[in-house]
Design a binder for this molecule. Structure first.
Ligand code: FES
Ligand code: FES
Length: 192
């Protein structure tokens, strides 16, 4: 049986070693980077901009730890290339609140003990921001009974945040936190 005789790669310079410009806004600030086109949005945020609030859990789109908002829509930043985001507005956990001025969801997670190790928390909160916006726009989910009338419920939260894994299993408290924000910030006091 003959063996393949393909020649081994030689030289140290990859033909793909090039960089492309990315001009976008991150947390309200104009940002200009020149990046290898293979760099993910997650790595651009963490490694190039030092925004380490966004976490890398699986790097494969399976845990939700890397969730950020792009033009207000939640997204797994590990599954998106940074060079695809020229002109976009990216919001990370650092852009939602500060230690002295917490976003309502951040305050609710603290009040309801919605985390233990906290590693999943930035992604959970960014995802919850996007989820509440989706519900407000009437976007149905897999568990919405009437596709023309999406309503807030604990089942809707569970389904819509099911892409955000918490290995500490703080799920009941996370649902309590999101419910409180819905009641106080979104619905004007209406209970789900
Ligand atoms: S790090 Fe992106 S989904 Fe897990
Ligand atoms: S609080 Fe630890 S992974 Fe969620």
């Amino acid at each position: 049986m003959s063996q393949s005789s393909s020649a081994p790669a030689t030289g140290s310079t990859s033909p793909l070693a090039l960089s492309l410009p990315v001009r976008f806004r991150v947390n309200g600030q104009a940002v200009s980077l020149d990046l290898d086109p293979r760099v993910s949005l997650l790595d651009a945020l963490r490694e190039h901009l030092g925004l380490t609030g966004t976490k890398k859990g699986c790097d494969h789109g399976q845990c939700g730890a890397c969730t950020v908002l792009v033009n207000g829509v939640r997204m797994n930043s590990c599954l998106s290339l940074a060079v695809m985001h020229s002109g976009d507005e990216v919001t990370t956990i650092e852009g939602l609140g500060t230690p002295d001025d917490l976003h309502p969801l951040q305050a609710a997670f603290v009040a309801h003990d919605g985390y233990q190790c906290g590693y999943c928390t930035p992604g959970q909160i960014c995802s919850a921001v996007g989820m509440l916006d989706e519900l407000g726009r009437g976007v149905p989910s897999h568990v919405t009974p009437d596709l023309n009338a999406a309503r807030f419920s604990r089942e809707e939260i569970r389904e819509r945040l099911s892409g955000n894994i918490c290995r500490c299993a703080a799920y009941p408290n996370i649902i309590d936190a999101v419910t409180e924000v819905y009641e106080t910030e979104v619905s004007g006091g209406e209970r789900p």
